[in-house]
Ligand binder design. Structure first.
Ligand SMILES: [Zn+2]
Length: 186
């Protein structure tokens, strides 16, 4: 028996969109392109790292979709990458931009279930649209074992093909178009 269903993207949907962001930002044309795809996938999933402290107290949802899923979270993550990038790469502007757009893509895909203005208000800001996303059902306040059981339930796993159908085509199109423009430039 599953709990409440909400439409948010899963890790797979976020990863596909993160990769599309990197590809559209020209990652295919620069050295170490696979590092940049991996980094974009990380940035596009970074807001959900707020599940980690909840796992430690056996209440995964406790910190979930609060600070990290807000404009405050976006600015904090961008700021951290901005500072770290100066030590990690000579492409620090690229890295910071990729981080902020990848992270922002997560917030857009999780709409309308995010508190944009946290900590001013923990309320979800109502929006009249939601992106195509998986309808994931979980029990609020459930423990780690419950959550894992629910995430791997047939009901929830069957939502993933829907996401792939929605987010794989934009990735393939961006891949194809950037290939074309690279070939033209060569
Ligand atoms: Zn999320």
């Amino acid at each position: 028996m599953l709990g409440v269903g909400i439409t948010v993207a899963t890790t797979i949907g976020h990863a596909l969109v993160g990769m599309t962001v990197a590809r559209s930002m020209g990652a295919g044309g620069i050295r170490d392109q696979w590092f940049w795809y991996a980094f974009a996938i990380f940035a596009a999933n970074a807001p959900d790292l707020d599940l980690v402290p909840g796992f430690l107290i056996n209440d995964p949802a406790y910190f979930h979709r609060l600070a990290s899923h807000s404009l405050f979270g976006l600015l904090t993550f961008t700021g951290i990458v901005f500072v770290a990038a100066r030590f990690l790469t000579d492409r620090h502007v690229y890295m910071t931009t990729l981080a902020s757009i990848g992270y922002a893509s997560h917030l857009v895909l999780d709409m309308p279930w995010i508190p944009w203005l946290w900590p001013l208000t923990p309320e979800f800001v109502p929006v009249s649209w939601a992106p195509i996303a998986a309808n994931i059902q979980t029990t609020p306040g459930g423990d780690v074992a419950t959550l894992i059981g629910e995430l791997f339930s047939a009901t929830n796993l069957l939502e993933i093909p829907k996401e792939v159908a929605a987010y794989l085509p934009p990735l393939l199109i961006s891949w194809y178009l950037t290939n074309l423009s690279q070939e033209r430039a060569a």
